[in-house]
Design a protein around this ligand. Structure first.
Ligand code: FAD
Length: 420
């Protein structure tokens, strides 16, 4: 069997794997990426948030992405019947990028992977990890290539960025149930033949159909738009009697007063894909000789588009820590990796939960708007969830709940004061 020797083996060439591989390569580490599929491949996760730009920039991947003319995302719109709430990333509390992209991930991820290859990194498509054995922090990974041949890759460290492949969580029994309620989604792309001119046509929008059910509309610069419905698994399953995903998504679009005209009659570009009970979690995020990044560790919920940002955040951080460790430094992975990542995950977990309780929606749609509150929430939605100067980060546990409660009380009082 062929034997290969590298410093770091990265499993999976999604955004997480590409960012970590690129950083390590730029800093002189011998890194190899193995990817199970051949790109371009379909993957969900098309609405990015500004925090990712920090990572692509630092990894040296920004220019290649920028050259692709993906649709610029300057903010996000939330719709609830007649009520509209628009966040503008240039008007946020924390410092940082005020724009990002909304992207067909097949093209986006392929651009990343090709740039990684162009830099001289050994990225092998159609190479699937089958098994890993550890001897202390050293490992031997068995990989099957496109022709069915097996090889062994010896590495000093493994970054598992295999997404839903969850290679090491499966092999090392690290999976644990998510703390979030079971939610599912069905999505596809459409040719956006009724796209209106100007901002209305290109704005990313989240249309709330019921408190826990929403539709995403993500227009791309290639004229196509991604449509997806998200909700409790029972509700998503009830959208079609015969478990027909196309029928279910069509029925969901019918529920949207705002979008029924634009999308009611459009053809789907591919059979809608269902992602059932999509949240994931792990017992631990690292071990001797490995780190789990991106979806291979934790995935919460699509509602605030935090998936890719956590994938690149953890990819970049793990790469930096490994680089220091390989140079002889002792790294406290618990503090520098897990605790750091858990802080950000904790903030978004609260936001996701408070979205589905309806409390966050109360804040979003309250009139008149409170510009200060909005700037602070906007910073969170942009992914700057480690900025403890922001009370909507530091006190995330209580601030949304308490504020929604006060707004409800205020409304009740107004109701009492109203003349009969
Ligand atoms: P991936 O991008 O999934 O890449 C993992 C790679 O590993 C794949 O290419 C796979 O082929 C490869 N792989 C798997 N197994 C193996 C193996 N055995 N050997 C070798 N390679 C392997 N995020 C957002 O930021 N914005 C959104 O709008 C958004 N919407 C979402 C909607 C839904 C319904 C869901 C479920 C998720 C959404 N996400 C969104 C999350 C987003 O999809 C992920 O967080 C993101 O793609 C994770 O990136 P990654 O690099 O960790 O993994």
């Amino acid at each position: 069997m062929t034997q290969e020797f590298v410093d770091v083996l990265v499993i999976g060439a999604g955004p997480s794997g590409c960012v970590s591989a690129s950083y390590l390569h730029n800093n002189g580490t011998k890194v190899k990426v193995v990817e199970k599929t051949r790109f371009p491949r379909l993957v969900v996760g098309e609405s990015l948030i500004p925090r990712v730009m920090d990572h692509f920039d630092e990894a040296g991947l920004f220019p290649a992405l920028d050259a692709m003319n993906f649709e610029k995302k300057l903010g996000a719109r939330f719709i609830r019947g007649e009520e509209i709430c628009v966040f503008d990333f240039s008007n946020k509390f924390s410092k940082g990028w005020d724009w990002t992209w909304q992207v067909p991930r097949a093209d986006f991820d392929n651009t990343l992977a090709q740039e990684v290859i162009r830099k001289g990194i050994d990225l092998e498509f159609e190479s699937e990890v089958l098994a890993v054995t550890f001897n202390g922090s050293d490992s031997i990974t068995t990989v099957k290539d496109a022709s069915g041949n097996l090889k062994e890759i010896h590495a000093k460290f493994i970054i598992d960025s295999s997404g839903y492949g969850r290679v090491l969580p499966r092999l090392l029994d690290l999976d644990t149930p998510s703390k979030l309620d079971p939610h599912s989604s069905i999505f596809t792309h459409v040719k956006d033949i009724n796209r209106p001119e100007g901002e209305e046509g290109t704005l990313i929008s989240f249309d709330i159909l019921e408190t826990e059910v929403w539709l995403w509309v993500i227009p791309f610069s290639n004229g196509n738009t991604s449509l997806g419905v998200v909700g409790p698994t029972d509700f998503i399953n009830s959208l079609s009697k015969n478990k027909d995903n196309a029928e279910a998504l069509k029925n969901a679009i019918q529920l949207s007063d705002y979008y029924i005209k634009r999308f009611g009659g459009v053809e789907f570009l591919f059979e809608p894909v269902k992602l059932e009970n999509y949240s994931r979690s792990v017992k631990k995020m690292y071990g001797d000789g490995f780190a789990l990044t991106g979806n291979s560790s934790e995935f919460l919920d699509p509602v605030f588009s935090s998936g890719v940002a956590f994938a690149t955040e953890s990819g970049m951080l793990s790469a930096k820590l490994i680089h220091r460790q390989l140079k002889g430094e002792t790294i406290n992975w618990e503090v520098e990796f897990t605790e750091y990542m858990k802080k950000g995950i904790g903030v978004f977990t609260t936001y996701v939960k408070e979205w589905y309780t309806g409390n966050l929606q109360t804040l979003f749609f309250h009139q008149p708007e409170n510009p200060d509150v909005k700037r602070k929430i906007c910073a969170v939605l942009a992914g700057y969830v480690w900025d403890e100067e922001n009370p909507f980060v530091k006190k995330h546990d209580n601030v949304i709940k308490n504020m929604a409660h006060l707004l409800h009380l205020e409304k009740e009082q107004q109701g009492i004061k109203k003349p009969e």
